[in-house]
Write a protein that binds this ligand. Structure first.
Ligand SMILES: [Zn+2]
Length: 171
């Protein structure tokens, strides 16, 4: 049992990164035009969601309080907060079934994401998560530590993938 404030703080910022990431990639998935891009966002969102649940479950069983705490924010939420009709420029928050201003179909509001945007966000968030997890590991014991080590492995795999995608996008 631990009530180590350092452990709880570092765990809290990792948890916030995972929760924010799940929300960010879910939103990006909802407004993306390209099916392959949506698949990537769907996977990234699921990975963040699973990681958050894993941390919460392991922390609960280890008697450590895990509450999302402020920390770095690698997710450009403001860039995906609004959608815009490409036909008439009407701006709104959720994609309508058709544009209330010009009648264009819903796809007029869907967004193209560049590889730099997709994988740049994956890379920036992956680095922040890996850093937070590394900071949390020395304070964690038993099952919680094992969970964090698993997360670190996964995050490193994601970082490698993101670096590869970005390198091929710039090639
Ligand atoms: Zn319109």
């Amino acid at each position: 049992m631990s009530s180590d404030p350092h452990a709880e703080a570092s765990l809290g910022s990792v948890l916030k990164l995972e929760r924010d990431g799940a929300a960010f990639f879910r939103r990006a998935n909802a407004i993306a035009a390209d099916p392959r891009t949506r698949q990537v966002f769907e996977r990234l969102s699921r990975q963040r969601e699973e990681a958050a649940r894993m941390i919460e479950a392991a922390a609960a069983r280890s008697g450590v309080r895990a509450t999302p705490a402020p920390g770095p924010n690698p997710y450009p939420f403001e860039a995906i907060a609004k959608v815009e009709c490409y036909a008439c420029g009407y701006v709104t928050e959720e994609i309508p079934t058709s544009c209330p201003q010009c009648g264009a179909a819903r796809y007029a509001f869907e967004r193209e994401f560049t590889k730099a945007m997709i994988w740049g966000t994956a890379l920036a968030s992956g680095r922040a998560v890996a850093e937070g997890v590394q900071a949390a590991i020395p304070h964690a014991k038993g099952e919680l530590r094992a969970a964090l080590e698993t997360l670190l492995e996964r995050e490193r795999a994601l970082l490698k993938e993101a670096e590869g995608e970005l390198a091929s996008a710039n090639a």
